[in-house]
Ligand binder design. Structure first.
Ligand code: BGC
Length: 405
């Protein structure tokens, strides 16, 4: 039996574009159509059905919920801010609060307004100022109801998928653009962090807690060869810690948000830098169970990445951790085994203060569309019927008691 602290944030996460539906002012919307991908369309219609969804979260004993604000709804045209959209999100946050659920709010979760992308998006230095104007509008209004902010979700995934591998809009494959987006996101976070703190100070409110949600993978060498060990060390630094290092150097993280899903197997055949940074194992050296997208299920990796954060001496929130799978029993096994590893890291001194499962409900999984099922709650996309899965009920017991059997 494992006992978590009495005061612990338990819940689940979502992002606006993946659940709300009809986000036709966001850059993903036209891209899905042009690229011939599954269309996000109505998604889970969470924009209308959020009260119902939060009732379910409350029934499942969640005391925290991570959601994102859709920039393209707030600022559908440059400089034209929508009071109506802002009102909507105030209602959403109040709906959580009235159910005793702590809102944790992300300002940027992969999508941008179409006008922003059309003018060069995060590649352009002006992106930082544009992002700040949006943050100012939202945070000034939501500050009275929100304590936890995530400025940017998974910057490393955003710039690698959109600007290096060319997999997501705008499908660039450019090292220079990737570097520019990286730099502007670092600057964007630092400026937004300072702005958010200033807004709270001016409003004479207690200081907020501001962070990013950092995607972290367990990076595992297939053999202990020197090349593999060097490659592991380089990748841990570059993919997991480099972004955080910039922000801690500027003292702009109040806690660390971690998104953890899987591991990355390293097997390097040459000393060339490209191999050291990119080459993965093509053999099946260490077979592990996989989720329905083929990602290894590797619970011990969560303990490993958490221990790598110990040196920062900051509280940690697991901002996402989840599995897409057809057999729901495997979801519960996933949650159990990952929570055990969260606890192991806590025993070794990592100050984890919350765990949010990804996701509260099935949703639009970006380029993969609606097939992967990550939710604690099943969505029937024809009827929009919600059905609570068995794994969600088991997790609800942990949320209620803090005890994992
Ligand atoms: C993202 C989510 C995504 C999840 C599963 C994370 O990278 O923040 O938007 O749905 O992983 O792929």
């Amino acid at each position: 039996m494992i006992q978590f602290p009495n005061k612990f944030y338990w819940g689940a996460a979502t992002s606006s574009y993946q659940v709300e539906g009809n986000n036709s002012n966001a850059d993903w919307w036209p891209w899905e159509i042009l690229a011939g991908k599954e269309h996000s369309a109505q998604a889970c219609r969470h924009y209308e059905l959020y009260e119902q969804d939060f009732d379910l979260a409350k029934d499942l004993n969640h005391n925290a919920h991570r959601l994102s604000i859709e920039w393209s709804r707030i600022e559908p045209q440059e400089g034209k801010f929508s009071e109506e959209a802002l009102e909507h999100y105030i209602h959403v946050i109040k709906a959580l609060r009235s159910r005793g659920i702590e809102p944790m709010v992300t300002l940027h979760h992969f999508t941008n307004p179409i006008w922003f992308s059309a003018s060069g998006g995060w590649v352009k230095p002006g992106s930082v100022k544009r992002f700040l104007l949006y943050c100012d509008f939202v945070v000034s209004a939501l500050a009275p109801y929100v304590h936890f902010w995530f400025t940017i979700n998974e910057p490393t995934i955003y710039y690698s998928h959109s600007y290096l591998w060319g997999m997501w809009p705008p499908q660039a494959k450019s090292f220079l653009k990737t570097k520019a987006v990286h730099d502007h996101m670092v600057a964007g976070h630092i400026a937004a962090y300072r702005l958010i703190h200033k807004i709270y100070k001016d409003l004479k409110q207690d200081p907020p807690a501001v962070s990013i949600a950092q995607h972290m993978q367990a990076i595992v060498g297939c053999t202990p060869s020197l090349k593999n060990r060097l490659a592991v060390a380089m990748r841990e630094q570059l993919f997991n810690l480099e972004f955080i290092d910039h922000l801690t150097r500027h003292k702009t993280l109040d806690f660390i948000g971690v998104n953890y899903y899987s591991r990355h197997l390293v097997h390097v055949h040459s000393w060339w830098i490209g191999n050291l940074l990119m080459e993965t194992c093509k053999d099946n050296h260490h077979p592990f169970k996989k989720n329905s997208l083929g990602w290894d299920i590797y619970p011990q990796g969560l303990c490993h990445v958490l221990l790598s954060l110990k040196k920062y001496n900051l509280p940690v929130i697991i901002a996402e951790n989840g599995i897409c799978i057809a057999d729901d029993r495997e979801r519960w096994e996933f949650i159990q085994s990952h929570l055990k590893n969260v606890h192991l890291a806590m025993e070794q001194g990592v100050n984890v203060v919350g765990y949010l499962y990804w996701a509260l409900m099935d949703n639009f999984e970006w380029a993969q569309g609606f097939t992967p099922r990550f939710g604690l709650i099943d969505i029937d996309y024809n009827t929009q019927q919600r059905t609570v899965r068995e794994s969600a009920k088991k997790y609800a017991q942990v949320c209620k008691t803090g005890i994992l059997d």
